[in-house]
Design a protein around this ligand. Structure first.
Ligand SMILES: [Zn+2]
Length: 154
C-alpha cells in the first residue's frame, strides 16, 4: 500500500500500479495543482487551496485506520511530503507544522498499532525557509521513533 501525502497527486504511482491487484494506492493532495491529468489511485482525496489542518486531518481520519484494517497491506510505503505546509511556495493547502505532525501520527501510528511495517520516504518541500522543510521532515522521523517505541514494548 502506498500512502502518498505529498501535496501533489501521486500520478506516477497511480499510473504504474493501476489495475495491479497486489497494490493499493492512496493519495491526498491539492486538486488545483500539477499534475493537471490525475490518473486514478485506488483512493484519491482531492483538497483545495486554503483547506488547512481541519479539512485535511478530517479527510485522513475518515480513511485511516479503516483502509489498513480492510486491505491489510503487507507493507505500507508512506510518502511524507513537506509541501502541504502553509509556507510552501508551490502549494496552498496551508497545513501547520503541528497539522503535519498529526498527519504523520495518523499514517504511521495507526499502521504500527495494527503491526503493519512502514517504510517512510521523504517527499516534496518548497518552503522559502529551508529550515521549515528540514524541520517538517525531522518531525516525521521523530514521530516514527516515538511510535516505534510505543509499539515495540512486549
Ligand atoms: Zn509535491
Amino acid at each position: 500500500m502506498v500512502v502518498d501525502c505529498d501535496l501533489h497527486q501521486g500520478n506516477g504511482t497511480a499510473h504504474i500500479l493501476s489495475n495491479k491487484d497486489y497494490a493499493f494506492t492512496f493519495s491526498i493532495h491539492q486538486m488545483d495543482l500539477y499534475p493537471s491529468n490525475k490518473p486514478l489511485s485506488t483512493v484519491d482525496i482531492g483538497l483545495w487551496a486554503g483547506d488547512g489542518d481541519t479539512e485535511y486531518l478530517t479527510a485522513l481520519r475518515a480513511h485511516f485506520p479503516r483502509l489498513y484494517q480492510e486491505y491489510r497491506p503487507d507493507l505500507v510505503f508512506y510518502l511524507a511530503g513537506a509541501d502541504p505546509f502553509e509556507k510552501d511556495q508551490l502549494g496552498s493547502l496551508r497545513l501547520t507544522k503541528d497539522g503535519l505532525r498529526q498527519r504523520d501520527l495518523i499514517v504511521i501510528g495507526e499502521a504500527r498499532r495494527l503491526r503493519l511495517p512502514v517504510a517512510v520516504v521523504l517527499a516534496g518541500g518548497y518552503s522559502a525557509e529551508l529550515e521549515d522543510t528540514v524541520g517538517i521532515h525531522l518531525n516525521t522521523i521523530r514521530v516514527a521513533q516515538k511510535v516505534q517505541r510505543r509499539y515495540s514494548q512486549p
